[in-house]
Design a protein around this ligand. Structure first.
Ligand code: ADP
Ligand code: ZN
Length: 532
């Protein structure tokens, strides 16, 4: 790599102001851009909204040739190219949505050097024709956007990304920059290895999003809780509500509309025209709520998303971070609110058990889920936990003051006796009757409820029957959930039957202590700090 010549560096700043209309670089943008202009490879980890695009757009404008951007976000290419063309950048894209005439036009512009930036869908790189096309023009750099898609065990894995190592083999002298907003240390190493970015300099920005207020509440009547949140804190605001299933997306969107709140659905079951229309309405109109599965949102650049709500538990902390990161790109106060309950844990464990893939894969999913549960059940600062997860630990005692646990510190209590009662109910059913039941039945037994199902199975004659009346139904469910999260209890099968784990016996027979988080009577309605 040749050293950066000063005129090129001043060029970068000049491009920033003249083309993009900004006065100064943000964070490590300048360093990254200089490094790339100088011909170096880079691996960039920057949170959503951090300003990744300029990191390759400006070098592409400064260096000779065309910057080739690999992006999985086909649906957004048109928007990205339009936005660039609007500020006078010569940009084009090649993907499967075009007819051959449109493609040929872009190809010709590329070969003749009449483009600054060319966006490519990853699957096009498999085509020999694309490789030959790239040979015929001059490539100034390769930018690999959403680089975590190459991580095989990540939640956004795209097989086509594995082919991207070919870029380096075929064009060893063209600098490459891989960018992502989600990567733990392990994923970062995987990206570097798979994309053959061994020599690349890593630029890791802080993952803190101080303007996002993280809150995780226990799920009671999720739609009602959502409505209250929207009415009391986010009236008229734009936001995203994530649900796990298509059906709950539809139901939740209908529910909001019935209650006078403008909402649109988005999920893979809608035809592509409806999806595109809803997406563009969300981007262009004010105060709309997108109720969506996680199919929605990657690459969406809407600065004033004021809240991101999860009505179901995300599968991983990476997913949670990425999805909540879509709030508050403009830096103004925003809310990330997640409702989670026992049923989420049961459902996700079942999905893992029944998922396709080998044992290692399922174990991996389990580890992801456990990390997510730990975040939900923590009595410490949520932000501190999130940052620690991404390998950026904060000093102990450095509470952020802008998450629910900081604003209303949860109490913890000694749940050892409660845990023993609950586990022994599970144990006795299994040992004495050879039976397994779900949380509902176990809790009814502890509460001494003589329901039909209790009578039918003769569970009122168990020694633990009625031995748990010191806690209410909902509190017991909280205990079950937390024991599941702490892996002191397991769940299996289609009916979410509770089973003991290896660690259960430590509580039952070795007087292991169990600390539990107290369920607040009313979920904290956290005061908003003035912190930006
Ligand atoms: P990312 O891809 O990291 O999520 P973007 O590249 O979309 O982020 O940038 C997020 C927003 O910040 C965009 O609206 C972009 O124009 C703006 N932005 C980026 N860099 C700067 C800068 N140096 N000064 C002002 N605004 C910037
Ligand atoms: Zn905090």
């Amino acid at each position: 790599a040749s050293p950066v010549v000063p005129s090129e560096v001043s060029n970068a700043l000049e491009v920033l102001t003249r083309v993009f209309g900004y006065d100064s670089f943000r964070g490590s943008q300048q360093e990254i851009i200089d490094h790339l202009i100088g011909g170096g490879d880079a691996l960039v980890l920057m949170p959503t909204g951090g300003g990744k695009s300029l990191c390759y757009q400006i070098p592409a404008l400064v260096r000779d040739g065309v910057g080739v951007v690999i992006s999985p976000l086909i649906a957004l290419m048109q928007d990205q190219v339009d936005a660039l063309q609007a500020v006078g950048v010569r940009a084009g894209f090649l993907n499967s949505t075009q007819d051959s005439y449109q493609r040929r036009e872009v190809e010709t512009a590329f070969v003749e050097g009449k483009l600054d930036l060319l966006y490519l869908a990853p699957e096009r790189l498999k085509l020999d024709a694309t490789m030959r096309l790239l040979d015929r023009g001059e490539v100034s750099l390769f930018a690999i956007d959403e680089a975590h898609c190459v991580a095989q065990w990540g939640h956004d894995f795209r097989p086509d990304y594995l082919e991207l190592s070919a870029l380096h083999e075929r064009w060893p002298d063209v600098p490459r920059i891989a960018l992502t907003a989600t990567a733990t240390d392990a994923t970062r190493q995987e990206i570097a290895t798979r994309l053959q970015l061994v020599e690349a300099r890593h630029f890791v920005s802080s993952f803190d999003r101080p303007n996002i207020q993280y809150r995780i509440a226990s799920k009671k009547e999720p739609k009602r809780q959502l409505l209250e949140l929207l009415r009391s804190e986010h009236a008229g605001d734009a936001g995203i509500v994530y649900c796990l299933s298509r059906a709950s997306v539809e139901k939740t969107a209908d529910f909001l509309v019935e209650n006078g709140i403008p909402a649109l659905p988005y999920h893979a079951g809608l035809d592509s025209r409806t999806r595109a229309r809803n997406q563009s309405r969300f981007l262009r109109e004010d105060g709309l709520i997108m109720v969506a599965t996680i199919a929605f949102g990657m690459g969406i650049d809407k600065p004033d998303v004021r809240f991101v709500v999860h009505l179901d538990l995300p599968k991983s902390v990476e997913g949670y971070y990425q999805e909540t990161g879509r709030a508050g790109r403009d830096g103004l106060p925003s809310t990330a609110w997640l409702a989670y309950g026992l049923q989420d844990v049961v459902q996700q464990r079942r999905m893992i058990d029944t998922s396709e893939g080998d044992d290692a894969y399922r174990r991996r999913l389990g580890i992801h889920l456990d990390a997510m549960l730990a975040l939900c059940e923590t009595v410490e600062c949520r932000r501190g936990q999130l940052l620690a997860y991404f390998g950026q630990p904060v000093d102990a005692g450095q509470a952020c003051g802008n998450c629910d646990t900081c604003l209303t510190p949860p109490e913890s209590w000694d749940g050892t006796v409660a845990a023993q009662k609950l586990l022994s109910a599970v144990y006795r059913l299994r040992r004495e009757r050879g039976q397994k039941f779900g949380a509902g039945q176990i809790v009814d037994i502890l509460l001494g409820k003589t329901t039909d199902k209790v009578r039918q199975h003769g569970h009122d004659s168990l020694t633990v029957f009625g031995k748990g009346t010191e806690l209410k139904d909902l509190e017991w469910r909280g205990v079950v959930r937390q024991l599941l999260a702490q892996q002191l209890l397991g769940v299996e099968g289609d009916y979410g039957t509770l089973v003991l784990t290896d660690a259960s016996s430590q509580v039952l027979f070795e007087s292991r202590q169990v600390r539990l988080r107290r369920e607040p009577e009313r979920p904290a309605r956290a005061a908003r700090t003035s912190k930006p």
